[in-house]
Design a protein. Structure first.
Length: 115
């Protein structure tokens, strides 16, 4: 059974930081591209950042310089460090694992940036 379990969301003031983690089980983690996506109310789900099995990293322009994605293949976790948060970062954040054949999602964690 494949499981992607996100944690670390919450309420934070503008300019603050949060660290999201995703614990993965049931797949050969090292062979998957891992990503973080987000979906704000009334908007489509969008890529925030992803990291390939070879550790190549891609960021959305909106988060470059503020967010950092990393992976630990031994612990089967992917982390998103979010700094300098803005109200427009408010969304449900989803963990994703994909390769050529499969595409798995977590249940999502809410991030709210508000004063």
């Amino acid at each position: 059974q494949v499981q992607l379990v996100e944690s670390g969301g919450g309420l934070v003031q503008p300019g603050g930081s949060l660290r999201l983690s995703c614990a993965v089980s049931g797949i050969t983690f090292s062979m998957y591209t891992m990503g973080w996506y987000r979906q704000a109310p009334g908007k489509q789900r969008e890529l925030v950042a992803d990291i390939t099995s070879g550790s190549s990293i891609n960021y959305a322009d909106a988060v470059k310089g503020r967010f950092t994605i990393s992976r630990d293949n031994a612990k089967k976790t992917v982390t998103l460090q979010m700094n300098s948060l803005k109200p427009e970062d408010t969304a449900v954040y989803y963990c994703n694992a994909k390769n050529r054949w499969f595409d798995y999602w977590g249940q999502g964690t809410q991030v709210t940036v508000s004063s």
